[in-house]
Design a protein around this ligand. Structure first.
Ligand SMILES: Nc1ncnc2c1ncn2[C@@H]1O[C@H](COP(=O)(O)OP(=O)(O)O)[C@@H](O)[C@H]1O
Ligand SMILES: [Mg+2]
Length: 272
């Protein structure tokens, strides 16, 4: 992969802002956040695409309540065109599902990963926001998507291992030359102070050891409506728009929207 592609600078750059959502540890809420960020951007009138790039263990379609036909896996394998894998999801989000339980996808080689990245770059001129839900860890299957993003959201909880792993993924991509902004979201907190303490710990380490300035994006509280929405197979912001989680989600999108180059293409809608 060229340095240009790795840093997300390409000729189609005037299109969508690509935002990767990642974490070191799995189970911290990346997919839930990605799906709901995409819904909220779309409800605000941004042409939004969500790409499930959790290679091999994709599950964003489950949280979005979709039964995808063709997936990113079919595209990478040459069995589908880009237009075949784009489906309309909740809140009119355009959705590219990943492949789940597909060993070949989990172990995608550089050529396969480049093909998956090309799908994202091809979409760029046609959207305002592209959210990429990555897997966990620090392997190339995660870092290649982060390195191609204009902005990265790192999700953590206040769990000690999640904090250490959040620092781990930031360290790896910064050492790989990533210089675009990285924003931190602390999920499942019981108070704003808890989130601030977690953020201060990670930011302290990135400044001290990496000389990298981590940005604060915000928090999502622990909220039973998040799990209830999973049971309903709906994004929580669609199923429970008045929930505390939905209110904090709206704040996150207001903060992230500052970094999106395009303006909304339609009036804000509430699909409920
Ligand atoms: N703010 C929250 N409050 C309560 N439960 C949450 C919250 N965020 C995520 N969860 C739950 O945590 C679990 C893991 O979330 P998921 O988005 O699949 O994580 P990841 O993609 O990082 O593996 C899911 O069951 C989800 O419903
Ligand atoms: Mg996930």
């Amino acid at each position: 992969m060229t340095e240009k592609a790795r840093n997300g600078s390409n000729d189609a750059r005037e299109g969508a802002t690509v935002i990767a959502v990642t974490s070191g540890k799995c189970g911290v809420g990346k997919t839930s956040l990605s799906v709901n960020l995409a819904c909220e951007f779309s409800r605000r009138g941004y042409r939004t695409t969500l790409v499930d790039a959790d290679l091999g263990l994709a599950n964003a379609h489950i949280l979005a309540g979709m039964r995808p036909g063709k997936t990113l896996c079919d595209y990478v394998e040459g069995n589908a065109e880009l237009s075949d894998i784009l489906e309309e999801g909740p809140a009119r989000v355009r959705f590219i599902a990943g492949g789940s339980g597909v060993k070949g996808m989990a172990n995608l080689d550089e050529q396969g990963r480049r093909k998956a990245l090309n799908a994202i770059l091809e979409l760029r001129p046609h959207c305002d926001v592209i959210l990429v839900d990555t897997g966990a860890g620090v392997g190339n299957g995660v870092t290649d998507f982060v390195l191609a993003a204009d902005h990265t959201v790192v999700v953590t909880t206040s769990n000690f291992a999640a904090i250490a792993d959040a620092y781990g993924i930031i360290k790896v991509v910064v050492q790989d030359g990533y210089r675009n902004p990285i924003h931190c979201v602390v999920n499942r907190v019981r108070s704003p102070e808890e989130a601030e303490q977690v953020f201060a710990k990670i930011k302290g380490c990135t400044e001290r050891f990496l000389n990298f300035d981590l940005n604060w994006l915000g928090l999502l509280p622990e909220d039973t409506s998040v799990e209830s929405a999973v049971m309903k197979r709906l994004p929580f912001s669609e199923a429970f728009p008045s929930s505390v989680a939905s209110k904090y989600l709206a704040k996150l999108v207001t903060s992230l929207a500052r970094y999106v180059s395009a303006s909304p293409k339609s009036q804000p809608t509430r699909t409920r």
